[in-house]
Design a protein around this ligand. Sequence first.
Ligand SMILES: *Cc1c(COP(=O)(O)O)cnc(C)c1O
Length: 224
Amino acid sequence: MKRDTGQNKNITESWRLQTKLVRGGTYRSEIGETSEAMFMTSGYAYDCAEDAAARFEGEQDGYTYSRLRNPTCAMFEDKMALIEGAEQARSTATGMAAMTSAMLSIVKTGDHVVSSKTLFGSCRVFIENILPKFGVEATLVDGEDNEAWKNAMQPNTTAVFLESPANPTLDVVDIGFVCDLAHENGAQVVVDNVFATPLLQKPMQYGADIVINSTTKHIECQGS
Ligand SMILES: *Cc1c(COP(=O)(O)O)cnc(C)c1O
């Protein structure tokens, strides 16, 4: 299976947004389908045992197991990375799974998190009630108050989480200011971009390290 015209990354990045939305991340199989095919497989076939061994060792390009990478998810991930302006994207079953794994990829026991307090309810529960169970304390701040962000930073702050504009109050955080502050303190920034979508705001342009989206909201055009 070869990648559609996106083989040359420079071409895809210079595409206009509308073209990226329709054509970005499209892989086309030897069948020549015009829209994305669904690959409902967990495993993949190999020409010989040596190929399988090389693939699992990471010495040969290709798929090994769908939890790690599957063409259906890869097309979605590559399109999202292209639209968001990210080096790469990973898909999970829900937005909360993305938020949770983004945060857990950064923090460890004894670390401290600073977060804006106006958050989607489940994100707030994760920061306020679940992280402390694993020895990660959080300080919640008024996201619109830059002084409050400054005062909340601690030497053990490793992650900063924010949602801007917030759902549903539309609180707006100065993402660039918070990213600079976090980076000066050696912390990484996770931005919840669900409400704005990457069409209207690309937090990585302002320094965000990880951006999360939920596809049950504006991205797939549902009303919720
Ligand atoms: C819906 C939502 C989430 C969580 O996404 P799910 O796909 O429902 O898990 C996270 N943040 C915001 C701002 C949301 O609106």
